[in-house]
Design a protein around this ligand. Structure first.
Ligand code: GLY
Length: 324
């Protein structure tokens, strides 16, 4: 009698185990990881994606891919809001902000860094070679030089001319593009399903000397949580710092929002906090750990570039909330 009861329970438990395993595999089946994947902000993201996609297809890590991809834009003097050739501050200095983060919450950043073409590579060195997360200004430059980075002039003739023209009126109004390009932010998932992100900019054109935006602030311009996904921001950084945007998008996803819904919620929040009027441009891309993605902005004009096994490197128009 006792034996048959034991047998009954054993069979029931085994049966439940089989059912549970079947459910899990069905759930996994519907949530297969889309990998590799790379997504970047603005049209210039397409060029960056090309480099990163090739690396991801070769089996390189997402961390390597997000670093190398954005470096292309940093080194392009025609990309006027990132790295070499970026618009200077109101005193004529090109000052750069950048951050990088991986699936294990390892992160590094630099802010108010001058004379270095690839701040993202310095941010990675901060992450890997120091016990710190963030270095700024002279200290960041000193560290970069110690690490073997070359000191160069980032102010190209073109940017100098534009700045001199701006000086004629010197109207202090930081300029942020709403429909062309700004920060480059990138998120990638590699063949091992690991997600990483990067973010780099010369910041708001003609900003006050010393101003730092969202891009080097972990949680504002960039945030990754390997258990959930990642987000990266572009637009007027003060808005992202006030709302800890990138971290909040990831938290929205943690609580069940898909990447598009999570971006929408933070865009709405920024609009609300500005009373719905004269809202600066703020824009986001997000990816969850399965490779679902989304992008959203306050104003029309924000684009992002996406590349997966199913989608050839393509520029998409993001959803926007305000028409004026
Ligand atoms: N999002 C770039 C900046 O505000 O500096």
């Amino acid at each position: 009698m006792e034996q048959s009861r034991k047998e009954f329970f054993k069979k029931s438990v085994l049966g439940l185990g089989v059912i549970t395993a079947a459910c899990e595999s069905a759930a996994k089946g519907s949530q297969q990881i889309q990998k590799p994947l790379v997504i970047s902000t603005w049209d210039h993201g397409k060029l960056a994606n090309e480099v990163s996609w090739k690396m991801l297809k070769e089996g390189k890590s997402s961390l390597d891919a997000v670093e190398a991809g954005v470096m292309i834009v940093e080194s392009d003097p025609e990309a006027r809001t990132v790295g070499l050739g970026g618009y200077p501050d109101r005193d004529g200095f090109v000052t750069l902000d950048a951050s990088i983060m991986d699936h294990d919450s390892r992160c590094g950043s630099v802010a108010f860094l001058q004379h270095i073409e690839n701040p993202i590579a310095v941010a990675r060195k901060v992450m890997e070679e120091t016990p710190h997360v963030m270095l700024v200004g002279e200290g960041a430059l000193q560290f970069a030089l110690e690490q073997g980075f070359e000191k160069i002039n980032l102010l190209t003739e073109k940017s100098k001319k534009d700045w001199e023209k701006w000086l004629e009126k010197s109207k202090y109004e930081p300029v942020i593009n709403i429909e062309n390009h700004d920060t480059i932010g990138m998120l990638a998932i590699d063949n091992d399903g690991r997600i990483s992100g990067s973010c780099t900019t010369s910041g708001a054109s003609y900003k006050m000397h010393g101003r730092v935006g969202d891009s080097p602030i972990i949680g504002a311009g960039l945030f990754i949580d390997g258990e959930i996904g990642g987000a990266v921001a572009t637009g007027l950084g003060e808005e992202m710092i006030r709302t800890a945007s990138a971290a909040m998008i990831v938290e929205q996803m943690r609580h069940g929002a898909d990447p598009q819904e999570a971006c929408d919620e933070i865009v709405d929040r920024i609009i609300r906090k500005n009373g719905g009027k004269d809202v600066p441009q703020a824009a986001f891309i997000a990816v969850d750990k399965y490779g679902n993605y989304g992008g959203g902005s306050v104003h029309k004009g924000f684009t992002y570039a996406i590349c997966t096994n199913e989608i050839e490197n393509t520029i998409k128009k993001a959803k926007f909330k305000l028409t004026s």
